[in-house]
Write a protein that binds this ligand. Structure first.
Ligand code: HEC
Ligand code: HEC
Length: 449
């Protein structure tokens, strides 16, 4: 195990050197004034623009606010779309011999009481952040819960059934204007909160928790952090196959994203319960008329996302909420915020990513006894750890789908290593039978977001 991990780390470093060369050849591209430089990623380049030109990279978002040396950028870095990529984690582990502030027992390790006494033990303790960029999230079972956890089968030493440890991917701290709920389980967005309230409370909790601050942050620090992250817009700007993403009338990249209208519920069910438009993405429609085959593929992928029928059944939060056991939908039924792709209302959904059948051996498996007599097994209780309701087990928000190429692996637990793996999941879960061509087109499209 130890040897394999070192090998992966070395590969990560080689990958970095390889892509570093690409960076310099395109570094001059993109708006000069309010843009950060573009960064190479899996399929091209990703870039962040900042509204109002708030390019100050010395502010509190970048400064340690607590006692363990971490700041927000420790887990939300510009070059990975303000999220955290395993290749970057591995590189930091190698370069710092495991001393980078990311590697702190509190939540970087699988459990604070892991063995850290030898280099091999430390490597093992940090294996989930190294392999999948997963951070431990500790949450208590709510006092009023209509369920109890009766067993935890876990390879990690945190096995408490009251103070539960789950392992999740950092969400991007960018494109925040489009959020309908903050965090995978919406825990920072109680009813009545404005987005600003939620983000302030999130920053406070991150400083007290991830950064292990001894004293509460000042209002000035919180305001500065929230203003900075709210100014950011991030998207893919260049695709190695299709070229620049605003070419030939296309509207990829962060500039059009800044202009994209949004309000909560923008494309939700209307008063009659009829769904909004499935035509959610139209960034690459102009490429239907391109002569360039790779651009045509992206345009086809966008159309597949909007129109390819999916028989949606058994999705708690959707089928039960609408009283429809079967919904003939599309990818855009759930990913319905125009040209952004998150769920346009806060309602969390259980699509099965935390189901026992999808469990990988590196994750815990919880056995949950519900008061109604049923038993559920899951790798992450999701929204249920906030609401205390059994019916919310396994529910997560429908996340924003921009800048995907910069931030694999996917889903709350990093269970899909690539976009192909994401589609393999949907094939399994909804019997999609996507053809090879449809899969290739969808991946080409998702990579341009
Ligand atoms: C140790 C890693 C780590 C650090 C440090 C960290 N975060 Fe996060 N961040 C995460 C993880 C993991 C999540 C998702 C957790 C969840 O949903 O349960 C997250 C989620 C978020 C989100 C939610 C985005 C969304 O789509 O809902 C925001 C905003 C955010 N972080 C901002 C910050 C800020 C601001 C700081 C510094 C004050 C910070 N983070 C520090 C790991 C980190
Ligand atoms: C029934 C609702 C639903 C449908 C249909 C659906 N999704 Fe999702 N999607 C979700 C939810 C909920 C998540 C978050 C799940 C998680 O992280 O556990 C998600 C996550 C994703 C992610 C990962 C994003 C990230 O940041 O990790 C991608 C990519 C994605 N979906 C693409 C698609 C595509 C492509 C389709 C059509 C083939 C599709 N989705 C259909 C609800 C849906």
């Amino acid at each position: 195990m130890t040897q394999r991990m070192y090998l992966t780390c070395a590969l990560g470093a080689i990958l970095l050197i390889g892509t570093g060369a690409l960076l310099s050849s395109h570094a001059a591209a993109g708006p000069a004034n309010r843009g950060f430089k573009p960064f190479p990623d899996a399929s091209g380049e990703v870039q962040t623009l900042s509204v109002g030109g708030a390019l100050n990279q010395q502010g509190p978002f970048f400064q340690a606010q607590g006692t363990n040396g971490r700041s927000c950028v420790t887990c939300h870095s510009n070059r990975t779309a303000w999220a955290l990529a395993p290749w970057e984690v591995q590189q930091r582990y190698l370069q710092s011999a495991g001393t980078d502030p990311l590697f702190r027992p509190v939540d970087g390790a699988t459990c604070p009481n892991d063995d850290f006494s030898t280099p091999g033990a430390r490597l093992s303790a940090y294996r989930l952040v190294l392999s999948k960029g997963l951070i431990r999230i500790g949450l208590p079972v709510p006092a009023n819960a209509d369920f109890s956890i009766t067993a935890v089968d876990t390879p990690c030493s945190c096995a408490d059934t009251q103070n539960v440890s789950v392992y999740r991917r950092p969400l991007p701290a960018t494109n925040l204007r489009f959020l309908t709920t903050v965090m995978w389980d919406g825990r920072e967005s109680p009813a009545g909160n404005t987005l600003n309230d939620s983000l302030r409370s999130q920053a406070f909790d991150a400083i007290m928790g991830h950064e292990q601050a001894a004293t509460a942050p000042s209002n000035a620090v919180l305001d500065s952090i929230v203003a900075f992250e709210r100014s950011l817009y991030t998207a893919q700007v260049l695709d190695h196959a299709a070229g620049r993403l605003e070419a030939e009338g296309a509207r990829g990249g962060p500039e059009p994203l800044m202009q994209q209208p949004f309000f909560i519920g923008i494309n939700n069910l209307d008063a009659q319960g009829q769904p909004g438009t499935p035509d959610v993405f139209d960034l690459y429609r102009a490429w239907n008329h391109s002569n360039q085959p790779d651009r045509q593929s992206v345009a086809r992928g966008e159309a597949i996302f909007n129109t390819r029928p999916i028989t949606i059944s058994g999705v708690a939060g959707l089928n039960d909420a609408l009283g429809l056991p079967v919904i003939l939908g599309t990818c855009s039924t759930c990913h319905n915020t125009p040209n952004v792709g998150d769920h346009s209302v806060p309602g969390p959904l259980n699509i099965g990513t935390a189901a026992a059948s999808e469990r990988t051996p590196d994750l815990p498996l919880f056995t949950v006894q519900c008061k109604d007599g049923s038993t559920v097994q899951t790798t992450d209780l999701g929204r249920a750890l906030i609401s205390g309701r059994c019916s919310d087990i396994g529910k997560f928000k429908g996340p924003i789908l921009r800048a995907l190429a910069a931030r694999a692996p996917y889903f709350h637990n990093g269970s899909a290593a690539s976009l192909n793996d994401v589609l393999a999941f949907y094939n399994r879960r909804f019997n999609l039978n996507l053809s090879q061509q449809e899969t290739a087109d969808l991946v080409a499209f998702l990579n341009t977001l």
